[in-house]
Ligand binder design. Structure first.
Ligand code: ATP
Ligand code: MG
Length: 363
């Protein structure tokens, strides 16, 4: 990827509101590409529950290959009640991508957007700006779909490996360094574990501590997951970067979303060494699908993370500028009074796109 190259983005809109929030985001991205003179070639690919119902294949190999060959993947949401595969499991191409492309770092920012109501009354809640990093390939999901189940017992396996923990920890410390530089504050990485009870987590802590020594400029700490659940409600503004095991991250990221306005405001990125998928943390929301009222903010913020990641991978400064401007435009739109349905307002999906676009290119 050189300065002048066009970046290829595979787009998987999926089902339900996935298609709606993706459409809004593509419109905003198009405006950004013009403004910053950057090239983004998008390729929309079929996948998801409705594609399964039509064709018997929820994630065609051709879609996977095209996504794998692209520079980045933007995903809406997938799955639908009542549409299941022959073995009873849900259609979940996003999980296939995570495992097949080894996307070990699930990045879930939790940030209070100015103007969006937060769950806590304390004025410091407006300063919430942390990022959970959910390990996404092992942990308690290791035996997913293949745990032992008999008539009288069921067993799942928790797996922590040195290699993945090292990569996850380095990812967390590097991210903390960047955030510290951008925000002008002391970066801090806090591992969330249960090292007092499980040897697997004591092992994880040992590996994390060894990596911490490579980053003397970043403070490092540990927190038990139960204490973290308490403190994320008591004083979430005190935390910065929080790497954790798969299941803990799954749970805490929903808690985090609840702190800052809900799923409609929660972006995510699943990042590996070579590939990355950017998608809102929410699902297909069948209850509101087709009405045009879904909040596309989570997807817009995921797209901003995508532009930033592409910039880090060498796509050029224009991508970093576009990422920054998209984030600022979203903030400015809500600060100016934009209110989506999920927070009790009347602004539709298209209104958000329009309002954000109106703030792109405005000095
Ligand atoms: P999944 O199983 O894919 O995680 P889920 O069953 O947890 O999905 P979601 O689809 O994430 O459910 O959404 C739960 C509810 O939150 C929805 O029914 C919807 O009312 C609301 N919701 C989620 N995302 C949005 C959004 N972007 N805008 C508005 N409301 C949303
Ligand atoms: Mg869910």
């Amino acid at each position: 990827m050189g300065q002048s190259n066009t970046v290829r983005v595979a787009v998987l809109p999926g089902d339900g509101i996935g298609t709606e929030v993706t459409e809004a985001t593509l419109a905003v991205l198009e405006k950004l590409t013009k403004r910053h003179g950057i090239g983004i070639a998008t390729e929309v690919l079929p996948a998801g529950a409705f594609h399964y119902r039509e064709t018997g294949d929820g994630f065609p190999e051709s879609s996977f290959r095209a996504a794998e060959a692209a520079d980045a993947i933007l995903l809406g949401a997938m799955g639908w009640p009542g549409i299941r595969q022959a073995d009873g499991t849900e259609i979940a191409p996003q999980l296939d991508l995570r495992f097949r492309l080894n996307l070990y770092a699930g990045v879930r920012p939790v940030r209070a957007i100015p103007g969006v109501p937060v769950a806590l009354a304390d004025p410091r809640a407006k300063e919430i700006d942390l990022v959970l990093i959910r390990e996404s390939t092992e942990g308690l999901f290791h035996s997913r779909g293949k745990g032992l189940v008999t008539e009288d017992l069921a067993e799942e396996t928790l797996r922590i490996t040195r290699a993945t923990t090292e990569k996850l920890s380095r990812f967390a410390f590097r991210l903390a360094q960047r955030r510290g530089a951008q925000r002008g504050r002391q970066p801090r990485v806090t591992l969330v574990d249960k090292a007092n009870v499980f040897r697997a987590f004591a092992f994880m802590r040992g590996v994390f501590d060894a990596v911490a020594k490579e980053f003397p400029g970043v403070e490092s700490a540990h927190h038990y997951v139960d204490a973290m659940a308490l403190d994320l409600v008591r004083k979430p503004w005190e935390f910065d970067v929080l790497p954790t095991e798969n299941m803990f991250g799954d749970i805490l990221s929903d808690l985090g979303a609840g702190l800052v306005g809900g799923m409609g405001f929660s972006p995510s990125a699943d990042i590996g060494d070579e590939h990355a998928v950017f998608q809102p943390a929410h699902g297909t929301a069948p209850d509101i699908a087709g009405k045009g009222i879904a909040n596309p903010t989570a997807t817009l913020l995921s797209a901003s993370m995508m532009l930033d990641w592409l910039a880090m991978r060498g796509a050029g400064q224009g991508f970093a500028d576009a990422a920054g401007e998209l984030g600022s435009a979203v903030d400015a739109a809500f600060a100016a009074g934009l209110r989506t349905h999920d927070i009790g307002g009347r602004d539709d999906t298209a209104d958000v796109a329009k309002s954000v676009m109106a703030r792109i290119g405005v000095p």
